[in-house]
Design a protein around this ligand. Structure first.
Ligand code: GTP
Ligand code: MN
Ligand code: MN
Ligand code: MN
Ligand code: MN
Ligand code: MN
Length: 194
């Protein structure tokens, strides 16, 4: 089923929909796995209460707060830092594949390695949702190891709503991986799920 993409303004003009905002927080890193494999980038997702992977964020009521203020509020609850997200960080909006009366808005925000590490600490130390709605933050492995290790195995897990497609388009949008690498990771992941 093809998703129907729309702009932020078109989404807000729709009547009778609820809205949810989620963000991919990411940045560059010079760290090396096993001292030799460059991890290149840190990309944050979370393990949700329902056992599914997804991005931090949540439901926002646009009659009470802006989409971006609501997203910052959810980030404060879920990762312990009210990361400021702006209209410029919006990537796309679409009707949810799992819930036809819900529009999901996806955002991307680049941060420094130090800021991302602080979020990982705060997510455990001070986020009110830690251990409840959020079981933990996870980093997305962007490299390829033998036998599907790395990104292919990660993509073979189960994801909430559109979040797997959201991850793939954000990685492409930010040029963290090439189109060819993404296609190969998806192909290997599909084989694992059989
Ligand atoms: P409560 O505080 O319990 O209300 O949850 P929440 O406000 O944090 O909402 P949640 O993050 O679960 O998001 C609301 C809905 O958006 C979910 O039921 C999913 O349908 C959808 N959703 C959740 N996470 C993602 C995500 O990462 N990407 C996308 N596209 N949709 C998501
Ligand atoms: Mn929440
Ligand atoms: Mn949430
Ligand atoms: Mn909420
Ligand atoms: Mn909540
Ligand atoms: Mn790169």
């Amino acid at each position: 089923m093809a998703e129907e993409k729309m702009t932020r303004d078109e989404a807000l003009a729709r009547q009778g929909y609820r809205h949810a905002c989620h963000v991919m927080l990411y940045g560059d890193s010079s760290a090396k796995l096993f001292g030799k494999i460059p991890i290149k980038h840190i990309v944050l997702m979370q393990m949700r209460f329902d056992g599914l992977l997804g991005f931090p964020g949540g439901l926002v009521n646009p009659s009470e707060e802006t989409l971006e203020a609501g997203l910052s509020r959810e980030l404060h609850e879920e990762v312990g830092v009210a990361v400021r997200v702006g209209v410029d960080d919006h990537m796309s909006s679409c009707v949810s594949s799992s819930c036809p009366r819900l529009i999901t808005h996806s955002y991307i925000k680049k941060m420094t390695e130090a800021e991302l590490k602080e979020i990982e600490r705060a997510a455990v130390a001070s986020a009110t949702d830690h251990g409840l709605e959020v079981l933990g933050m996870v980093r997305v492995p962007l490299y390829f190891l033998k036998k599907g290790g790395g990104l292919p195995y990660f993509l073979s897990h189960s994801f909430i709503s559109n979040s797997r497609a959201q991850l793939l388009s954000a990685l492409r949008h930010c040029r963290l991986l090439s189109q060819g690498e993404l296609k190969e990771a998806v192909r290997q992941a599909e084989q694992m799920r059989r």
